[in-house]
Design a protein around this ligand. Structure first.
Ligand code: AMP
Length: 185
């Protein structure tokens, strides 16, 4: 059974919802950099204050802020038995940082999941969601940023053992079933 999972996919693909469920069924922590940043912003921590303008504009927060956050999070006791990473890595630089960090920690991902959803469907879903960074303008920007900066990561991971692309353009229960099947095998 997979216990160390990297979860990739564009904004609006349903990663957050699916990752949360997988984390529960596998009893591993759900590590969402988006959630961590939103909570830092709400609490006005130094990280939150630095990150806010990027999150509100739909831009990526600078890699160096994320790198410290992830190093700290992955070294927590609850992350030693496994994790599902949702929203990290998002750039090639973050991908290579993660490889190095995991190597240092003598860990490696069991599976890398990529959730695929067509662009038009993503826009509809994001417009319907209504989060504070879900305005039409930031949605457009977040999708652009995804295609420019995050999508190249798929080529970085595609040929690795344990890489799976999953159709996310199906009812959520069906997507959950496909994902469960992969991680349980
Ligand atoms: P998410 O909830 O994953 O859609 O993330 C919301 C926002 O947080 C993104 O639009 C970025 O501004 C920021 N963010 C989350 N994860 C990362 C990351 N790995 N690198 C840079 N920025 C991130």
């Amino acid at each position: 059974m997979a216990k160390k999972i990297i979860f990739l996919g564009p904004p609006g693909a349903g990663k957050g919802t699916q990752a949360k469920q997988l984390a529960e069924s596998l009893e591993i922590p759900h590590i969402s950099t988006g959630d961590m940043l939103r909570s830092a912003i709400a609490q006005k921590t130094p990280l939150g204050q630095k990150a806010q303008k990027y999150v509100d504009a739909g831009e990526l927060v600078p890699d160096e802020l994320l790198v410290d956050l992830m190093r700290e999070r992955l070294s927590q006791p609850d992350a030693q038995k496994g994790w599902i990473l949702d929203g990290f890595p998002r750039t090639l630089q973050q991908g290579s940082f993660l490889d190095n960090l995991l190597q240092e920690m003598k860990q490696s991902p069991d599976v890398i999941l990529n959730l695929e959803v067509p662009n038009e469907e993503l826009i509809q879903r994001l417009l319907a969601r209504g989060r504070r960074d879900d305005t039409e303008e930031t949605i457009r920007r977040r999708l652009e940023v995804y295609w420019e900066q995050t999508q190249p990561l798929l080529d970085y991971y595609r040929d690795r053992k344990g890489f799976y692309s999953v159709n996310g353009n199906l009812p959520p229960e069906e997507v959950t079933q496909s994902l469960e099947k992969i991680v349980q095998s």
